[in-house]
Design a protein around this ligand. Structure first.
Ligand SMILES: Cc1cc2nc3c(=O)[nH]c(=O)nc-3n(C[C@H](O)[C@H](O)[C@H](O)COP(=O)(O)O)c2cc1C
Length: 308
């Protein structure tokens, strides 16, 4: 069984991947999506999205990071995928699930779930462009407005030669609502023979057992739950729960990393976002959140964080 860290734009960036894989339990990560239109993106775009490429495509703890591409043009996607492979990515993942209006307006992400033949052309072209030893995978939602074409999409992905399929158990219209439709994961799994990874609404170690049972999938991808409980993967593997004494230095490392990478005015927001997600599991994070909430000065936030 494998545990994947989900791609999460604006949340699971390289810094977050670095910290969460250091905590342990993960077998694989996927980058935030990079949008491909009709050109070959410069190398620096891929290195910014996945600085892990300069470390053999792995986080410092040795966890491989697949690069995710999003778009609708098979030729452009395959050219960019070949580049990503040449840069040493341990896999290329294709996004057929993004619900963002700007992305969908440009016929990318979830809207393609209405066009399985386009999905098939994209996956096929990318598979042909990438060396055989580099996995090409696809991540899909169950559909745009309903699940009517979910099986067709999954089968198109398989027929086009994808090595693995990741299914987020929601339609685009479902957004991120609870509960995810785990029963549909089992239906999709029965419709394909390639390995399938189940995703959606795994918040606690118990949920991991439940989604595996409901879906029949061995492998699970953790999304928001990985951020709200940084020890989730480790606990699933029977490891130690994380207490505040372990989380606090992690938060300090995170904020130091954020400050090194972002403008001072944006840094506090990133920390507040994570604290807001941690506060249910960690009362200390909630208390800190209250203290930093109104503070916009990056240095003052660092002092409050250190003083916890
Ligand atoms: C803030 C955020 C950003 C996301 N960005 C991406 C992305 O770039 N690519 C992608 O395939 N999925 C993206 N997703 C979807 C997640 O990978 C995952 O499928 C979804 O959160 C469901 O899992 P969960 O219920 O465990 O969170 C994003 C989700 C969130 C919450």
């Amino acid at each position: 069984m494998r545990l994947f860290l989900a791609p999460m734009e604006g949340l699971a960036d390289a810094l977050m991947r670095e910290l969460l894989t250091r905590v342990g339990g993960y077998d694989l990560c996927v980058t935030e999506f990079v949008r491909v239109t009709d050109t070959l993106l410069p190398e620096r775009t891929f290195l910014r999205l996945s600085p892990e490429l300069e470390n053999g495509g792995k986080t410092s703890s040795g966890v491989p990071v697949r690069v995710q591409l999003l778009g609708n043009d098979p030729a452009a996607l395959s050219e960019n995928a070949a580049k990503v492979a040449e840069l040493g990515a341990p896999g290329v993942d294709l996004n057929f699930g993004c619900p963002a209006p700007t992305v969908n307006r440009h016929r990318g992400g979830a809207v393609l779930l209405e066009e399985p033949e386009v999905i098939r052309a994209i996956v096929g072209a990318v598979r042909r462009a990438v060396p055989a030893d580099v996995p090409v995978t696809a991540k899909m939602r169950l559909g745009l407005n309903d699940t009517g074409r979910a099986l067709e999409c999954a089968q198109a992905i398989e027929a086009a030669g994808a090595d693995e399929l990741i299914v987020h158990a929601r339609t685009k219209v479902d957004a991120y609502r609870h509960p995810a439709r785990w029963e549909w994961l089992a239906r999709v799994r029965e419709a394909v023979t390639i390995p399938m990874v189940a995703n959606g609404d795994v918040w606690l170690p118990e949920d991991w057992g439940r989604i595996r049972e409901a879906s029949g999938c061995d492998d699970v991808m953790l999304g928001r739950g990985a951020v709200t409980r940084p020890d989730l993967a480790r606990r699933i593997r029977g490891g130690e729960a994380m207490d505040w004494d372990e989380l606090h230095p992690l938060l300090r490392d995170y904020y130091a990393g954020v400050r090194a990478r972002t403008e001072p005015r944006h840094a506090p927001g990133r920390l507040k976002l994570w604290l807001g997600m941690l506060k249910d599991a960690y009362p200390e994070a909630g208390a800190l959140y209250q203290r930093v909430r109104g503070e916009r000065d990056a240095e003052a936030v660092a002092r409050l964080l250190d003083a916890m």
